[in-house]
Each structure stands twice: as C-alpha cells, then as structure tokens.
Design a protein around this ligand. Structure first.
Ligand SMILES: NC(=O)c1ccc[n+]([C@@H]2O[C@H](COP(=O)([O-])OP(=O)(O)OC[C@H]3O[C@@H](n4cnc5c(N)ncnc54)[C@H](O)[C@@H]3O)[C@@H](O)[C@H]2O)c1
Length: 263
C-alpha cells in the first residue's frame, strides 16, 4: 500500500487512541510520520516531537522545531472537557487553529489539513451566532476571557470546541491563507470510539448519552475505523474534497438527522 508514499505526515495526539493508530497506519501507507503529543508515546511510529499545543508559546516552539516541508497535518490531539471549558477550547480549537495557520509556510502547495471534530459538534448550526463570534476572534486569545465573555459553561466546553472546529473548517477551506497554496481543510467527525477519552466522556456527558449513541449504531467505533478516513483525506485521492465534514460514526449522524428533520 503506497497511498502516502513519499509524503511527510504530521499527526498530533500521537501518544494515544486515534492519533496513535493514524500515525501507525500512515507509516504502513508509505508516509514519513512526525508524531506530536504533550506525553511521550509508549511506541512511536516515525519521529516524535514533544509539544503542548494549549498555548501560543507551545505552538510557536513546535512549529520552529518542525522541518520545512510537510505534506499533511492531522489535528488529532484533544481534551474531553473534564478539565474545564477554557482548557478544552485552548487545545481543541485555539491551539489547533494556531498550529494550522502557523504551519502554512511549511505545508507544501496542494497539501492537506484534517481536523478531528466530533458528532458532539452537531449543534454548530443551532449555536451559529456564538460559534461565529468566537471563531471570528483572531490569533491565540486569553481563552479564559473568551469563555467568560461568551458564557460557555464548563460542561459545554467539549461540544462547543467541536462546534467551533467545524465552523472554522468550513471557513478555512476558502480562506485565502490556505486557498492560495491549494491547501485543503477537512474534518472527520467520529461517534463514540473506544479510546481512553471515552471513559472521560462518560463522566462529562453521562453514561446514558454515550450508551444511547452506541446503541443507535450497534457498537462503539475503534481507532482503526477512523484512521483510514483521516489518511484518505490527506491523500491525493481526496484532491477535490475541501471544506467537508465526514461523519465516521456507523450511521449515528444520519440517524440523528432523521430524528431531527422527521424523515
Ligand atoms: N474517542 C472518541 O469517542 C472520540 C469521538 C469523537 C471525537 N474524538 C476526537 O478524536 C481526537 C482523538 O481522541 P482520542 O479518542 O484518540 O483520545 P485520547 O485521549 O486517546 O488521545 C488524545 C491525545 O491528545 C493528546 N493531547 C491532549 N492535550 C494535548 C496538548 N495540549 N498538546 C499536545 N497533545 C495533547 C493527549 O496526550 C492524548 O495522547 C480528539 O480530538 C477527540 O475529541 C474522539
């Protein structure tokens, strides 16, 4: 399998779950992999750069340590929300966006960015005004202040972070910064996936919500269900896919749509 032969693929969140499997599979598909995480991975696929993307300084330091040509960025690192809304928005949205924007000079023309969003971001349309207002804040702001100004409660931190990420993905796809270099920006939205974060979701969202999502589609996903889709979006086979959100959830979003819109 040579889908990513000769490509340099950067994967954040590589120490666990979906990031670990994405990095491993990218290597199997021929890519040179650079993994990033705030924690050391037990086994590293490719090279590893330890970095914390929750602050501007952490993101700037990471970008400075990366090579000058990268083909694809997989934004997988994320928090569950159990550390509060400000910490969650800092990693899941502002850190991710700062890394993506700051990396543009090192991303090759025609490269790709794939954002790990979530079915939890489904409410972006219902909360469009709040999402647009926060996404409209440029750079890496004082996130605690943003959370306060927009009255984001701690228990909303995770879904709000994914709503912001989806809205930004749709915008970034036609934002000049990326478009002039032909860089595609897409999102993948998993349903519940058996990784360490799922136990935290059970605490944050409650067992009932997680169990009902799993029951709708018959089983929870695995990291191996998500990684191939992320990497397809990095590949040249996805060259005409831009600004898309691909649900990888066993049919969960389709089922919710049917209920919401009554068909
Ligand atoms: N597992 C699920 O049910 C599920 C569902 C939908 C979306 N997602 C999303 O998929 C992505 C990956 O989740 P996962 O299931 O693999 O979770 P995970 O907890 O197994 O892995 C997340 C990784 O992100 C890293 N990370 C956290 N903060 C960081 C920081 N400041 N800097 C660098 N790295 C940091 C962690 O160290 C960890 O290795 C997340 O964005 C998550 O929101 C997961």
């Amino acid at each position: 399998m040579t889908m990513l032969f000769g490509k340099i693929v950067l994967v954040t969140g590589v120490a666990s779950g979906i990031g670990a499997r994405t990095a491993e599979l990218a290597g199997q598909l021929g890519a040179d992999v650079i993994g990033v995480d705030v924690r050391e991975p037990a086994t590293a696929a490719g090279s590893f750069v330890k970095a914390d993307i929750s602050t501007k300084a952490g993101v700037d330091d990471l970008i400075a340590r990366l090579p000058h040509r990268i083909d694809a960025l997989c934004n997988v690192a994320g928090l569950s929300g159990n550390t509060g809304a400000a910490a969650t928005l800092a990693v899941n949205f502002f850190g991710l966006r700062a890394l993506s924007e700051g990396l543009v000079p090192k991303l090759r023309e025609g490269g790709a960015i794939v954002n790990l969003a979530s079915i939890a971001g489904y409410g972006w349309r219902a909360h469009l005004n709040r999402a647009a207002s926060i996404v409209g804040i440029e750079g890496f702001p004082d996130v605690a202040q943003v959370v306060c100004d927009h009255a984001v409660r701690n228990e909303e931190g995770y879904p709000v972070s994914k709503e912001l990420l989806l809205l930004w993905t749709f915008r970034a796809a036609h934002q000049d910064l990326f478009k002039r270099r032909g860089i595609r920006v897409n999102a993948v939205s998993p349903g519940p996936v058996e990784t360490p974060i799922l136990k935290q979701f059970r605490t944050v969202l409650g067992d009932a919500r997680v169990d009902s999502d799993i029951a709708r589609v018959g089983r929870a996903g695995t990291a191996g269900d998500i990684a191939p889709v992320v990497l397809f979006l990095c590949s040249d086979g996805a060259r005409w896919i831009n600004g898309a959100n691909v649900p990888v959830d066993g049919g969960l979003e389709a089922s919710i749509n049917a209920e919401m819109f009554g068909f």
